[in-house]
Ligand binder design. Structure first.
Ligand SMILES: [Fe+2]
Ligand SMILES: [Fe+2]
Length: 235
């Protein structure tokens, strides 16, 4: 399984552009999780990575912050109808703008099995209501998070509860910008105890927290930015 980071604050590809926000594409599922803050950058990065936006059938948005939802309307405008999974944290105006551009909008707070291999956590309450997406790869379940405003441990707990099995990897924003190193260390150890054996923290995790995760997880830490393709293989 491939996880293409197509929008991120840092860039690891000569022809991609960095901008504050997050989006991750899974080609095998024809799925996009979040859309970054800017349609032109999103589409430009996809082109640089050889991704055809028209082939994306499903878009899941984590939460109604512009650095995650901002690319959706341009994507729909340029590349036609898609299924778009939102929750009640999104405004009705935003949902109807997406519908107006041909999207089939599914606004749901409960977990949804999009396919047997892609399940939303449902809307997790927090400072900002947010949903994660849990996808099954060759080594088991992977959680994608946008900002993890409800807390990365909380999001992971929900993911495990929804699929009823362990989550071996978490990729996305962990929202630890304002935490001390000892607090971040405690979060990393908690995730390890929960069975998360691989992490790719990015976006709003915070530079210092990302380095703490790199120290703690060692070889099981994956550094990602715009243009990174993470290949998950069976072994
Ligand atoms: Fe964010
Ligand atoms: Fe956010």
């Amino acid at each position: 399984m491939t996880l293409n980071v197509v929008f991120e604050n840092r860039v690891f590809h000569p022809h991609c552009t960095s901008m504050w926000g997050f989006a991750c594409h899974i080609p095998q599922m024809r799925l996009l999780f979040d859309t970054g803050s800017n349609g032109a950058v999103l589409l430009g990065n996809m082109e640089a990575m050889g991704i055809e936006p028209r082939e994306i059938e499903t878009v899941v948005l984590s939460h109604f912050h512009w650095d995650h939802a901002g690319g959706l309307l341009d994507l729909l405008r340029a590349h036609g109808s898609k299924d778009v999974y939102l929750h009640s944290g999104f405004s009705r105006t935003f949902a109807s703008e997406a519908s107006g551009l041909g999207a089939r909008v599914i606004m749901e707070d409960s977990p949804i099995k999009i396919t047997p291999e892609a399940v939303t956590t449902g809307a997790v309450p927090g400072p900002v209501t947010e949903q994660g997406l849990v996808v099954r790869g060759p080594r088991g379940w992977i959680l994608l998070t946008g900002c993890a405003h409800p807390g990365i441990v909380r999001m992971t707990e929900e993911a495990i509860r929804v699929v009823g099995e362990p989550v071996h990897m978490v990729l996305g924003g962990f929202h630890l910008l304002d935490r001390t190193t000892s607090q971040v260390t405690a979060v990393a150890k908690r995730l390890m105890e929960m069975g998360v054996s691989m992490v790719a923290p990015c976006h709003c995790t915070g530079e210092r927290a990302i380095e703490t995760f790199a120290d703690i997880y060692g070889d099981a830490f994956v550094r990602v930015g715009a243009g990174t393709s993470v290949e998950i293989t069976a072994t």
